[in-house]
Design a protein around this ligand. Structure first.
Ligand code: GTP
Ligand code: MG
Length: 453
């Protein structure tokens, strides 16, 4: 997320020294301007941003620190719009959210992602209402999503959308749900019929929030349609979906400021964990290459429980990390979402995130081979792979559809990895790790050994 923009910020910052003159400042802001425009940030937003940064830096004295401070300050200002940030719960539950947007923008997927986030990270009881009766398979799609994430659904193909909304609200109140998310039908374009339907749902559901889900890949259209929705039915938040497909990313920078409604979440993939909270200060840090430790901690703490983490750490230290632990860790990793978005949150790892790209660790051929291999092993063998003799190795290879050689290679790799992890977890191990990371980023685009690019 924001790789290109973060890079261009680095370039601009590099043009100005600790103490410098107006010419250098001009160079830096020109560079900034050029790259922001190239990233599709709206020209009016860019102009405003540059002008303020120049003024502020001059006022405080031209130099790197003041330039950075001005950039940080101005970015946060542009990213902030009046209203709530993140997900806000009302004091008397349920918090009711109406999900709106054009056809195919990602409403249903985002509804599922939000429910998943609230359930997993905030431990909330969530109800989803299927108020989309336009598209034939819409209810079925939502049913599938709800089954996957184990969230309750209220649906009834024979009722009108506003009747469903009414029933859902009653159910949510009676059964003490914390949150009710109402998924609605999309239209190809903004028309009276759609707005009428949304108005009727709004009247009965009295939502605390109305989210507009915009497809990031539609660029400036996302800004235009969000503005129309704001004027016609009054939205309180924007969610940018499919941000993973928008390599430039500039729309996210300008949209809150342009629409006058805060951007609340960003969809960064097709899977349920692929939703990021958009908090301006944190995004500014990320844009300036400082990562987002707060966001990372929030994401991981709810998913990786401390007890398991400690148990695994102690096993690693003792060199006892085995295939059962490995499978368990892989399951937990899945809940964190895409590797790329996680890497981007770690300070200094932005570059690596770019190299990893859209690699799907879970579905990579290596991971598939390892998984099917582990599947063919007995519980005892998973705990202690040294038990495997050649006959068993051949059997396992046959069971997993692999060559014996491949099985041997994976076993060896795993053993080495466990050894390495043991070493790292010892005193001074972390230092070595940092040294290694340092060397890797010095290589620039040299890539990570062993990882496909
Ligand atoms: N890559 C990517 N795909 C997404 C994201 N969000 C949604 N999609 C995909 O976009 C397509 C449409 O998503 P839906 O959630 O069905 O969209 P919708 O707005 O509910 O569509 P209608 O109900 O037909 O109006 C699906 O194939 C989703 O998997 C995202 O953040 N990233
Ligand atoms: Mg839908």
């Amino acid at each position: 997320m924001f790789d290109t923009i973060t890079d261009s910020f680095k370039n601009a910052i590099g043009k100005i020294r600790f103490h410098d003159d107006e010419k250098a400042l001009k160079k830096a802001t020109t560079e900034l301007k050029k790259s922001l425009l190239k990233s599709d940030v709206h020209h009016k937003v860019v102009k405003e941003l540059i002008k303020t940064i120049e003024l502020e830096t001059k006022k405080n004295g031209i130099g790197k620190d003041n330039f950075l401070a001005a950039l940080q300050h101005e970015l946060t200002r542009i990213l902030t719009a009046e209203g709530n940030q993140g997900f806000v719960f009302v004091s008397r539950p349920p918090t009711v959210v109406l999900m709106t947007g054009l056809q195919g923008s990602g409403k249903t997927t985002t509804t599922g992602k939000l429910a998943y986030m609230l359930k997993e990270q905030k431990k909330k009881k969530v109800l989803i209402a299927a108020a989309d009766l336009q598209r034939l398979a819409a209810v079925e799609q939502l049913r599938q999503i709800c089954a996957d994430i184990e969230v309750d659904l209220i649906a009834d193909e024979d009722s009108s959308p506003d009747e469903i909304a009414k029933k859902a609200l009653e159910k949510a109140r009676d059964e003490m749900y914390d949150v009710l998310l109402i998924d609605t039908a999309g239209r190809l374009a903004i028309d009276e019929q759609l707005m009428g339907e949304l108005e009727r749902i709004k009247d009965v559901a009295r939502p605390d929030e109305i989210f507009y889900v915009a497809d990031a890949m539609t660029g400036m259209d996302a800004v235009r349609t969000a503005t129309t929705f704001k004027e016609k039915i009054g939205i309180t938040g924007v969610v940018l979906s499919k941000f993973d497909g928008d390599s430039k990313g500039g729309v996210a920078l300008g949209i809150s400021h342009q629409v006058g409604v805060p951007l609340r979440f960003i969809g960064s993939g097709e899977k349920m964990p692929d939703l990021e909270v958009f908090i301006p200060e944190r995004i500014t840090n990320r844009l300036m290459g400082a990562g987002d430790i707060e966001g990372l901690a929030e994401k991981t703490s709810a998913i990786i429980d401390e007890k398991t983490a400690k148990r695994v750490a102690s096993k690693i230290k003792k060199g006892q990390f085995n295939y059962n632990d490995f499978l368990e860790q892989m399951e937990q990793m899945k809940k964190l979402g895409s590797m790329k978005s996680i890497m981007g949150m770690i300070p200094g790892m932005g570059n690596m995130a770019k190299q990893i790209g859209d690699m799907d660790l879970e579905n990579s051929s290596e991971m598939k081979a390892i998984k099917s291999m582990i599947g063919s092993m007995t519980k005892k063998e998973r705990e202690n792979p040294d038990l495997l003799n050649n006959t068993r190795k051949r059997r396992i290879a046959a069971g997993a559809g692999l060559e014996s050689m491949q099985v041997n290679r994976v076993l060896k790799q795993f053993k080495n990895a466990a050894k390495m992890a043991k070493k790292m977890s010892s005193k001074g191990g972390m230092k070595e790790m940092q040294k290694m990371m340092g060397q890797m980023s010095d290589q620039g685009s040299g890539g990570i050994p062993g990882l496909p690019r």
